[in-house]
Ligand binder design. Structure first.
Ligand code: ADP
Length: 170
């Protein structure tokens, strides 16, 4: 059985991430979306919230599962018995970073293969950071994030109190 892990911060999940999830899940027997808890980063959504948003998005996709993890992604892949890691590529800047990480990961865990999927052109401009920026300013996110993610973002930024609390988390 081929098990792959798609690790990321997913703060929050976007349609660009979903596109990678759908396409990767068609290539492997089982896909685990690994939601990363960065000890030094202050995400907008808590780890539990990010996991829940992915969980809701993958409802009905029988070979896709979600798990939280911390520490090295390669250790997480080993822990779940994975053979491959999935990443998405948007632009040159993604490539450079992914290439660097891939070489390091190969050194750490030569048995894990990396599969990079090119973004679909309609999602090339999409990033979680930009989504938060647009949402904070009240922009329409239709077609950029799943509906329940748009609702969650709206809730986060709905009160001026929330705005003040979250302004440093973009
Ligand atoms: P990171 O893991 O770098 O914190 P994210 O959680 O945003 O970043 O993304 C997880 C993975 O999904 C990364 O490989 C990233 O390049 C990829 N990704 C993010 N947005 C898109 C998109 N719009 N299209 C394709 N891949 C994407």
């Amino acid at each position: 059985m081929t098990l792959a892990v798609y690790p990321g911060t997913f703060d929050p999940l976007t349609c660009g991430h979903m596109d990678i999830i759908v396409r990767a899940s068609a290539l492997v027997d089982k896909l685990i979306v690994g939601v990363y808890e960065h000890p030094a980063k202050q995400p907008l959504f808590s780890l539990e919230q990010r996991v829940k948003l992915v969980e809701e998005a993958i409802t009905g996709m029988s070979n896709v599962h979600v798990k939280a993890f911390t520490g090295l992604a390669v250790d997480f892949v080993h822990a779940v018995g994975g053979k491959a890691m999935i990443r998405g590529l948007r632009a040159n800047s993604d490539f450079e970073r992914e290439f660097e990480m891939a070489l390091m990961n190969r050194k750490l865990a030569p048995d894990i293969e990396l599969l990079c999927l090119m973004t679909s052109s309609q999602y090339q401009f999409l990033s979680s950071t930009l989504i938060k920026e647009v949402s904070k300013l009240g922009g329409c996110l239709e077609g950029m994030v799943p509906d329940h993610v748009a609702v969650a973002l709206k809730e986060k930024f709905s009160t001026s109190n929330g705005l003040a609390m979250n302004k440093n988390k973009l």
